[in-house]
Write a protein that binds this ligand. Structure first.
Ligand SMILES: Nc1ncnc2c1ncn2[C@@H]1O[C@H](COP(=O)(O)OP(=O)(O)OP(=O)(O)O)[C@@H](O)[C@H]1O
Length: 231
């Protein structure tokens, strides 16, 4: 069995001037997981992702990532934000957008090295977006944009990919393609994703957690994957 890579211990969090979203949460993500966060609107799924990423700080308790107390912009964590509509107006090509994934914090220059370019190419290939690398982002469909967002996160060579509703607004066929892609990526990358699509979650995820101002594990119909991943 592989070890925990993200851990929360007695974690509390609330937004200013609001009631607590989480109180006393104990939770762990293990290497190799394909973990889905489900639950009602406002239950705290996005908040939980942001806490894991270090974008929000717990008011009590602690969160560790790879055994270190969380600091913002951990390069081992890749983030795919909610729906790709916000990249609609970027005057960038796909290649330029994906290359932003190489500009990790703490870097002192913006020149791309040979290694950077190789990794960008690898991310484009892994997401099957290399054939439209020279196209403008504005010319892509919703499903293509979602793949490009995943490519940008992959370009940073994350060990864990956190995705916020990667198939929101996509049709069934595009959603299936995204989940097939995620299954491939899960061979080497731990996945945590927010989803409202229970059919896809039950089919692909190996762990399911209901987030509703607390966390409760749901039985997963895909336990075989879990055992395979943890061997
Ligand atoms: N920036 C913020 N300031 C204050 N309250 C917030 C903020 N962001 C979220 N909240 C509140 O925190 C709670 C959890 O919100 P969150 O966005 O994490 O839920 P969610 O499960 O991701 O919802 P959805 O399924 O609708 O995306 C909600 O009550 C929400 O109103």
């Amino acid at each position: 069995m592989k070890g925990p890579i993200i851990e929360m211990q007695a974690m509390h969090f609330g937004y200013p001037q609001s009631e607590a979203v989480f109180e006393g949460i104990n939770f762990a993500v293990f290497e190799g997981d394909f973990l889905a966060l489900i639950g009602p609107n406002g239950g705290g799924k996005t908040t939980l992702l942001k806490l894991m990423l270090g974008l929000l700080t717990p008011s009590k308790g602690q969160i560790t990532v790879f055994n270190n107390t969380l600091s913002s912009a951990n390069p081992k964590l890749g983030y795919v934000p909610q729906f790709a509509s916000h990249i609609q107006d970027f005057p960038l090509t796909v290649w330029q957008f994906v290359s932003q994934g190489r500009l990790n914090s703490g870097r002192h220059n913006f020149w791309l090295t040979r290694t950077d370019k190789k990794q960008i190419q690898h991310a484009l290939k892994a997401t099957n977006t290399e054939h439209f690398a020279k196209r403008s982002l504005t010319q892509l469909s919703g499903g293509q944009k979602q793949r490009v967002l995943i490519a940008r996160a992959l370009a940073s060579e994350p060990q864990v990919l956190l995705l916020d509703e990667p198939t929101a607004h996509l049709d069934t066929s595009s959603s299936l393609k995204i989940f097939d892609l995620l299954t491939e990526l899960n061979q080497h990358t731990t996945l945590v994703l927010v989803s409202h699509d229970m059919e896809l979650v039950n089919r692909y995820a190996n762990k399911v957690v209901n987030v509703n101002h607390g966390l409760s594990w749901q039985p997963s119909k895909n336990m075989n994957n879990l055992e395979a991943n943890h061997q």
